[in-house]
Design a protein around this ligand. Structure first.
Ligand SMILES: *Cc1c(COP(=O)(O)O)cnc(C)c1O
Length: 367
């Protein structure tokens, strides 16, 4: 059947997820593996979310609320936006995919930075559009909004601003964002992907919602996968202009977000203490890693997220494999656009210590 597959789909490089703990434990005969590969919340899910899921378990025979009424109401109230502006997806990944489906077709394109979140490229191609990527500035670490704007043409429909950027953890600042939004032509939707919004603490970090209006040309995406610790449930949310939200509800699957995820997300949104705890935990881990990496003479990219990009050596793939053998899963930079780096999720200080000890051993082995 290969000859009949839509040829543009074969241009997609399959997404390389972080290795699951179970797989590594099975393959290497290890236990107690530490996964620092997928920017998950290593403080765990909100305990309130866990309770909410349990309560729901006995009702799993029913279809979910396809309109996500309670969750969307909770998000609307939390952020002070109209109910109709709130969209929920099976992970923010699904919202990205649907935006591409809504706006793209052969001949049309979506602009993003590079390196940036690879799902923009995958979803753009999957929907028949062309990914147009502007190289980042600052050794590839920071999104270059001016370079991205230069790539915008009459066929551009989406402009992805990953802020903080994955895989680098850097941000674009308020002033730069405002300058670009003024210049972005009216046929382009600016999409702020703020999956790590709650982690950013730079005073110049812009809140995409400040630029959102129901009649406007800005969309803002957030997720329950990162600070809320619900990555396994697949639930993301966003704020969409009315016209986009209307199209969103036409094309999405009728039950795109399962009920356990909806219940857990509502509970997590209200668990302010868990969010605060996670933020603190991340800051402590980050400062610990900064200090240890400095002592080791390793370069890293200062981060505004819950992960850190570390330059290990010319062969980061080898470092990744050797760390794996010691039961620490990180993300090799090769598929992220940084072949000399590893991307490491920031755990609690104890686990940071375990990672640093393993990294020291690996670098010693390599000589
Ligand atoms: C993790 C992440 C997402 C969304 O993840 P979901 O689990 O699909 O909600 C979106 N954008 C970026 C940049 C991310 O890192």
């Amino acid at each position: 059947m290969k000859d009949f597959i839509q040829p543009h789909l074969l241009k997609i490089q399959p997404y390389q997820p972080g290795k699951p703990i179970g797989e590594v434990e099975r393959e290497l005969g290890l236990s107690g593996v530490l996964k620092l590969a997928s920017n998950e919340n290593l403080a765990g899910p909100s305990p309130r979310a866990v309770e909410a899921m349990k309560k729901f378990a006995a009702e799993a025979n029913f279809y979910p609320d396809g309109g996500c009424w309670h969750l969307r109401s909770a998000v609307a109230a939390e952020f002070g936006v109209p109910f109709d502006s709130v969209a929920v997806g099976n992970g923010t990944d699904e919202i990205i995919r649907l935006l591409c489906q809504i706006f793209l077709a052969p001949g049309l394109n979506a602009v993003a930075g590079n390196p940036s979140f690879v799902m923009y490229r995958i979803s753009t191609i999957a929907c028949g559009g062309s990914p147009v990527e502007a190289p980042n500035t600052d050794n590839g670490f920071t999104i270059d909004l001016d370079a991205m704007l230069d790539k915008v043409d009459a066929d551009t429909r989406l402009f992805f601003i990953c802020n903080p950027n994955n895989p680098t953890g850097t941000i674009v600042k308020r002033q730069q964002v405002e300058k670009i939004l003024e210049k972005l032509p009216p046929h382009v939707l600016a999409v702020f992907d703020e999956a790590y919004f709650e982690y950013a603490d730079d005073p110049d970090y812009p809140n995409g919602l400040d630029y959102f209006a129901p009649g406007g040309r800005v969309a803002v995406l957030r997720t329950f996968s990162k600070i809320h610790g619900l990555a396994g449930l697949r639930v993301g949310y966003g704020f969409l202009p009315d016209a986009v939200a209307d199209a969103f509800h036409r094309v999405r699957n009728p039950f795109n977000v399962n009920q356990a995820a909806q219940e857990a997300a509502i509970a997590a949104l209200g668990d302010v203490a868990h969010v605060a705890r996670t933020r603190e935990f991340n800051r402590a881990g980050r400062d610990f890693l900064y200090a240890e990496l400095k002592k080791m003479g390793l370069d890293y990219v200062p981060t505004q997220a819950n992960f850190i990009l570390v330059r290990v050596a010319a062969d980061a793939e080898d470092v990744f494999k050797r760390l794996l053998a010691k039961g620490v899963i990180v993300r090799p930079g090769k598929f992220l656009g940084f072949p000399e780096h590893i991307r490491v999720t920031i755990p609690d200080v104890d686990a940071c210590g375990r990672f640093i000890a393993a990294l020291k051993e690996v670098l010693n082995e390599r000589g």
